[in-house]
Design a protein. Sequence first.
Length: 138
Amino acid sequence: MNWFNDVLTALLDAVQSVDPVLRTLLAGVGIFLETSVLVGLIVPGDTIVIVAATAVDSPVEYAALVAVVILGALGGESVGFALGRFFGPKIRHSRLVDGSVSTTGVVPRTTSTGGAASRCSCRASCPCCTRSCRSPWA
């Protein structure tokens, strides 16, 4: 089990050696990619933020990390929503859907598909799904 401690120590030392500005920007990009459409299934943004937070040395670095992560998350959600708004109608009327699968038959009009996707552990696709199914509040 000592080898595991050595690996974790090496990883945390490597994170600590990265420039704080670059580390903060990478955390923001990671959370942006996670909250964008389906990229969150590949890029573990939360993990990137937690690992970046282990190397924070001062309250200023902490505040910067929090601000960048919040902006990255909001930006990623907005991009996912915009992509759903743009591509959603095209997908609904394409050969992909082809009339055999209807978004209105799966989820009632008063319920957000994004909410349904969230319940199915597909949090990364929520903004896109919400807009693509013509949610009444979107």
